[in-house]
Design a protein around this ligand. Structure first.
Ligand SMILES: CC(C)(COP(=O)(O)OP(=O)(O)OC[C@H]1O[C@@H](n2cnc3c(N)ncnc32)[C@H](O)[C@@H]1OP(=O)(O)O)[C@@H](O)C(=O)NCCC(=O)NCCS
Length: 165
């Protein structure tokens, strides 16, 4: 891969790149569901900025370019909700998604006291489900996204780190 990919906490200056990356990466999910109004595609830049300021947001960087991102926030029941995991289509399949997840989980557990992690993914997103199961998540139920897409809810206890590929 030449230059190495560095994972770090996002700063205010990253918000615009995260916003654009998210828009690019979630096109494949939109196509899968025939729904181009899914949450990651309609989120505003201001809303991304706000999340970078308050939530636990990580980026993967290759040089100056943000090529991956994920965010998490602790919810009322003490679980951390992790969302918007994305990696630039050119950079997928190199383990960057799994690394981003691990970075977010570690920060949410160590800095924000999360006892477990929760993720949602569309019911037809087989490769996402494979990735989440491989890193230790188990299905706990279903829900419906605000965009109407049926979602699968997965959880993992903090500290239960399965071996990753
Ligand atoms: C989901 C997403 C973030 C995964 O990112 P990624 O960096 O490709 O993830 P990983 O590389 O960790 O894992 C993906 C695949 O690469 C494989 N892989 C990981 N490291 C590898 C390596 N070094 N060599 C070869 N393959 C590797 C994994 O086994 C996995 O294979 P699988 O799909 O058969 O299970 C990315 O596909 C994406 O942005 N998708 C669109 C947005 C989206 O749906 N996000 C999730 C919302 S819930």
């Amino acid at each position: 891969m030449g230059m190495s990919v560095i994972i770090s906490e996002a700063t205010d200056q990253d918000a615009e790149q995260i916003f654009k990356l998210q828009y690019l990466c979630f096109q494949s999910e939109a196509a899968l569901y025939g729904n181009y109004r899914i949450d990651p595609l309609v989120q505003t830049l201001d809303s991304v900025r706000q999340e970078v300021a308050t939530d636990c947001v990580f980026v993967a960087r290759l040089g100056d370019e943000v090529i991956g991102s994920v965010r998490g926030a602790v919810t009322e029941d003490g679980a951390a909700s992790i969302s918007r995991l994305c990696v630039h289509p050119r950079m997928q399949g190199h383990g960057i998604g799994a690394r981003l997840l691990r970075a977010a989980e570690a920060a949410l557990a160590e800095e924000r006291g999360a006892k477990k992690f929760r993720l949602h993914t569309g019911h037809r997103s087989e490769s996402n489900l494979r990735l989440y199961r491989r890193v230790g998540y188990e299905t706990v139920g279903t829900s419906e996204g605000t965009d109407g897409v049926p979602m699968i809810v997965l959880e993992k206890k903090a500290g239960s780190y399965a071996a990753t590929a």
